[in-house]
Design a protein around this ligand. Structure first.
Ligand SMILES: Cc1cc2nc3c(=O)[nH]c(=O)nc-3n(C[C@H](O)[C@H](O)[C@H](O)COP(=O)(O)O)c2cc1C
Length: 235
């Protein structure tokens, strides 16, 4: 079947597709940056991106991130998630422990997340070990979600094959009706749903530059676990 994706004009259009990077928001003062801890630098970039995204009215969510996991034998998979917390030990996200990513993390607890903020021409990649958070933290976050989201999480065997959309909607309706009849404002967290923390051992900060000679800084956790080595990478 020819879907037109390989036509010469399509290829030429893609090869030409290149937006100019504006000068705004992109001055990277590396002399200052290299002194900061990667967590502080990440926070500064996240706050700046959030502000610009909100000022521009961009539909992007500043806390969206791609999460890469892999099977034990190295077959990778990737999807977007929302970052739901961070502290000096790591980055937190929530999902279904029996999902594809959950199974891969159980087998191979390494992951990489990538946040790209096109509004400021910045990307941060964070690699590390991943572990489940304690149940109190998962309970607290689950409770803070809107009831519809709680119900959706409870009735969805995330990543498994289902017969139809109808099946999903009917399961949601039944649980919704039960919850309404009981007059409950929230439901218990399903045990297969909860949080993970990624403890970084490498950060990469990428700053797009107008002349395309971009800036890249990597921070590697030192063997003693305490400090970080900061290095500049070729773009
Ligand atoms: C912007 C965005 C945010 C998302 N946030 C989450 C999330 O926080 N948790 C989650 O389980 N799925 C989230 N999803 C859905 C996932 O991308 C994915 O479809 C789901 O987790 C199943 O992934 P898996 O089968 O690879 O395990 C999000 C999707 C998008 C596009």
């Amino acid at each position: 079947m020819d879907y037109g994706g390989n036509s010469g004009s399509d290829r030429a259009a893609l090869e030409k597709m290149r937006r100019p990077y504006l000068e705004k928001h992109q001055v990277l003062d590396s002399s200052k940056l290299e002194l900061q801890s990667p967590f502080e630098l990440w926070k500064a970039w996240f706050d700046q991106a959030s502000q610009v995204i909100s000022e521009m009215g961009s539909p992007n969510e500043p806390n969206q991130m791609a999460l890469a996991t892999a099977t034990r034998d190295g077959k990778p998979s990737l999807r977007y998630l929302l970052l739901k917390g961070h502290d000096e030990t790591g980055f937190y996200f929530y999902t279904n422990y029996n999902s594809r990513k959950g199974k891969e993390l159980a087998d191979n607890p390494r992951a990489t997340v990538c946040m790209y903020w096109p509004e400021v021409h910045r990307m941060v990649t964070i690699e590390g070990d991943v572990a489940k958070v304690d149940s109190q933290r998962s309970d607290a976050y689950f409770k803070s979600r809107p009831l519809d989201s709680q119900i959706g999480a409870a009735i969805s065997s995330q990543s498994s094959v289902i017969a139809s959309r109808q099946e999903l909607e009917s399961a949601r309706r039944s649980l919704s009706e039960r919850v309404t009849a009981e007059g409950a404002e929230c439901i218990d967290r399903p045990e297969q749903w909860g949080g993970y923390r990624l403890r970084p051992d490498r950060f990469e900060f990428w700053q797009g530059q107008r002349d395309r000679l971009h800036d890249r800084l990597q921070f590697r956790r030192q063997a003693d676990g305490a400090g970080w080595t900061c290095e500049r990478l070729a773009p």
